[in-house]
Ligand binder design. Structure first.
Ligand SMILES: [Cu+2]
Length: 306
């Protein structure tokens, strides 16, 4: 479960240039200029390993050009003010595209075997969903979605977490892989994931496992990358909903169950008032199961120390 790493090569070059100019002209060097964060995404066929150790065919956005690829809910990370430059390499036999929901405007398709670069600017911190807008909802259902997280360098929270919510329909995946027409009017997902994994495996993901201390400010980014509404229910704690779809909320509401609609994102702020290990799960019991087995779906535990 790797995030995607970026090079800040342009920013570094600019810093060197500005520093050089500053020395040359004895001028202040504090001219701020947007860093361009460049990354490559390889759109490839891969696999989804289920909690009950089955391997289903999937389509994946990967930071690796070759080798085995598993569905892993990729993350593009940058800082407020940066420009994200993504080069999408389409290794599939059909056209695909790239969209950041709510940031928009980048819906053109990339032909098989070709590459295209998309640029998005992020003046503010926040959380967004990226996905393939082509053949919606099929390609998203096959795995083509991930997170854009934009950090505020002056943020004061003690830790941050990411829950990328996904569902997976074995019927869609198997039929697509066999070359059959997938009937997208019928959708019965049977696996439910957070950051691409389910049940007890979520506890092994440091991005998801909610570890902290009483009084900490814990920021939780939630992305609904699936095709069904998910409502996250907390035991033991209430959270403030501090942002939705990349926009911060000035008077946050305090809740223990928060709905995150399809394609949307939310940011929760949890300040634990008590220590403990408590479950947090999707309010729909089906989504807490994996292929009908409870609790092999969307469930996370807190680990809050005094
Ligand atoms: Cu419960």
């Amino acid at each position: 479960m790797t995030g995607i790493k970026f090079t800040h090569s342009l920013a570094v070059k600019e810093a060197i240039l500005f520093t050089a100019l500053g020395i040359l002209f004895l001028a202040p060097v504090g001219i701020s200029k947007a860093a361009v964060v460049a990354t490559d995404l390889y759109l490839r066929s891969g696999s989804f390993r289920t909690i009950d150790d089955r391997v289903l065919p999937a389509l994946c956005f990967s930071d690796q050009e070759s080798g085995p690829v598993e569905l892993n809910a990729p993350v593009l990370s940058l800082e407020a003010g940066d420009i994200l430059s993504v080069t999408l390499h389409n290794q599939d036999s059909e056209a695909h595209g790239l969209e950041i929901v709510g940031v928009g405007g980048q819906l053109s398709s990339v032909s098989p075997g070709t590459s295209e670069t998309f640029e998005f600017s992020f003046p503010e911190a926040g959380t967004w969903l990226f996905r393939d807008p082509v053949n919606y909802p099929l390609n998203v259902g096959l795995g083509l979605a991930g997170t854009v997280e934009v950090h505020d360098p002056s943020a004061t929270h003690d830790a941050q977490f990411l829950w990328f919510l996904g569902e997976h329909s074995e019927d869609w995946m198997v039929n697509y892989d066999a070359g059959f027409q997938v009937d997208t009017s019928s959708y019965f997902p049977n696996y439910f994931t957070i950051n691409g994994v389910s049940g007890a495996d979520i506890g092994d993901d440091p991005r998801a496992h909610l570890v902290g201390r009483v009084g900490d400010e814990l920021l939780i980014r939630v992305v609904n990358g699936g095709l069904r509404l998910h409502s996250i229910h907390f035991h033991g704690y209430h959270v403030q909903v501090v942002a939705r779809n990349g926009a911060s909320i000035s008077a946050p509401r305090i809740k223990d169950t928060i709905a995150v609609p399809v394609g949307e994102t939310a940011e929760f702020l949890l300040v634990p008032h008590q220590p403990g290990v408590f479950p947090i799960h999707d309010h729909v019991v089906l989504a807490v199961a994996g292929n009908g087995v409870y609790p092999n779906g969307m469930i996370v535990f807190t680990d809050i120390q005094p």
